[in-house]
Design a protein around this ligand. Structure first.
Ligand SMILES: Nc1nc2c(ncn2[C@@H]2O[C@H](COP(=O)(O)OP(=O)(O)OP(=O)(O)O)[C@@H](O)[C@H]2O)c(=O)[nH]1
Ligand SMILES: [Mg+2]
Length: 362
């Protein structure tokens, strides 16, 4: 067991699968998915790199979970040809996005990562509302969360500190925060320390924030394509169109993802509690157990807002995401929520800018 250990397959994970399924899979039966194409999968196996295809009986007829980048799969290795993928092994962590096109179906973005790097850049992309959203999604996955502020070369050293302080107002100490630049190498030494041999990190963030540039910098070669952003609004051009797992020289792995246009359809029901720890910590102190934190007397949340202990905006973000989590259970509900939001925008003209500032990716 050499190659796959270097690709994150631990003995503990393999033993737990074997125990649970009463099987005796060996590393040579297993592969890790490094990229997904239409019907073909790029794999790393005990025998080296290979291609694989899903076995019809198990996947298309048997209802087996379709693999995604980072997945460990069971294969029938076929030398010199495409191997057969027969089973997707249980995932340690995953990002699951509700697919608006298939109702309650889900689209798994990445699996089996140890840490999530939320990437935002220190230009027009910097947005605390969006960051709250990403943190909530990342917390749902149960992996460690780090916030990477890219393009640090575009702002002065003192401003970097200010940005980090602002990020702390929404991240608290639930995530490491790091400012980096691939132009002058700022902060990249620390980033390298966070990337551990045998561990998989996933980059998540809007288009144009510099995810692929960072990956290329860390890999010391141009693996992923990079494109300039639109000057007029600082937005990216959705350069990366597929997800890919790349192994760095130091043994760490990174899954680069395409910038996401919207973050509204994720399962965030449990992540929200952790991401809004500073809001939910007041709930047990409300007079009524079923307090809605609206007009009830003895509401600890309202008291915290009034005393200035809790920022009103944080509570509002919490309510908004909570509402979305509920509505995104169904496609119709989600679309209704979207319509409702846009109706509100036209009604409350004076709030448009504030709204955009907080959720301009939505
Ligand atoms: N000044 C500066 N520009 C950077 C830095 N990192 C990336 N960029 C630029 O930002 C633009 C977008 O970079 P990408 O790496 O393609 O962004 P991405 O997040 O991968 O975008 P998608 O693939 O569309 O999701 C490019 O023009 C990069 O040169 C940085 O540290 N400093
Ligand atoms: Mg990219």
């Amino acid at each position: 067991m050499n190659i796959l250990v270097n690709y994150g397959l631990t003995e503990g994970y393999l033993n737990s699968i074997n125990e649970k399924e009463k099987t005796s899979y060996k590393p040579e039966n297993i592969a890790r998915v490094t990229a997904v194409h239409k019907e073909r999968y790029e794999l790393i196996t005990e025998f080296g790199e290979a291609f694989g295809r899903l076995k019809t009986k198990e996947y298309y007829l048997g209802g087996e979970t379709f693999p995604t980048v980072g997945d460990f799969v069971l294969i029938n290795y076929i030398p010199g040809s495409d191997s057969q993928i027969v089973k997707t092994l249980e995932r340690k962590t995953l990002f699951s996005r509700r697919d608006p096109d298939v109702g309650k179906g889900e689209q798994v973005v990445a699996a089996n990562f140890d840490c999530v790097f939320i990437v935002q850049s220190l230009n027009q992309n910097f947005n605390l509302g969006r960051l709250e959203r990403y943190i909530t999604v990342a917390k749902e996955s149960k992996a460690e969360v780090t916030i990477i502020l890219t393009k640090a070369d575009l702002v002065s050293e003192s401003l970097i500190g200010e940005y980090i302080d602002r990020v702390k107002t929404v991240a608290g100490n639930t995530a490491d925060i790091l400012a980096v630049s691939v132009v002058n190498g700022y902060g990249t030494g620390k980033l390298n320390e966070l990337l551990k041999c045998g561990k998989t990190a996933v980059f998540l963030g809007s288009s144009g924030v510099g995810k692929s540039s960072l990956l290329n910098f860390l890999a010391e070669k141009n693996i992923m394509k990079v494109n300039s952003i639109r000057e007029e609004d600082g937005r990216g051009r959705h350069t990366t169109t597929h997800r890919e797992l790349i192994k760095l020289e130091n043994g760490a792995m990174i899954i680069d993802t395409p910038g996401m246009r919207e973050l509204g359809m994720w399962d965030i029901s449990t992540g929200i509690k952790e991401a809004f720890w500073d809001v939910t910590k007041y709930f047990p102190y409300c007079k009524f157990k079923d307090c809605k934190h609206e007009k009830e007397p003895g509401c600890a949340v309202k008291a915290a807002i009034e005393s200035g202990e809790l920022k009103k905006e944080r509570f509002e973000s919490y309510l908004l995401l909570k509402k979305e989590a509920k509505y995104s259970d169904s496609k119709e509900g989600y679309m209704k929520l979207k319509e409702e939001k846009f109706k509100n925008i036209s009604k409350k003209n004076k709030n448009i800018q504030k709204y955009r500032n907080r959720y301009d990716d939505f």
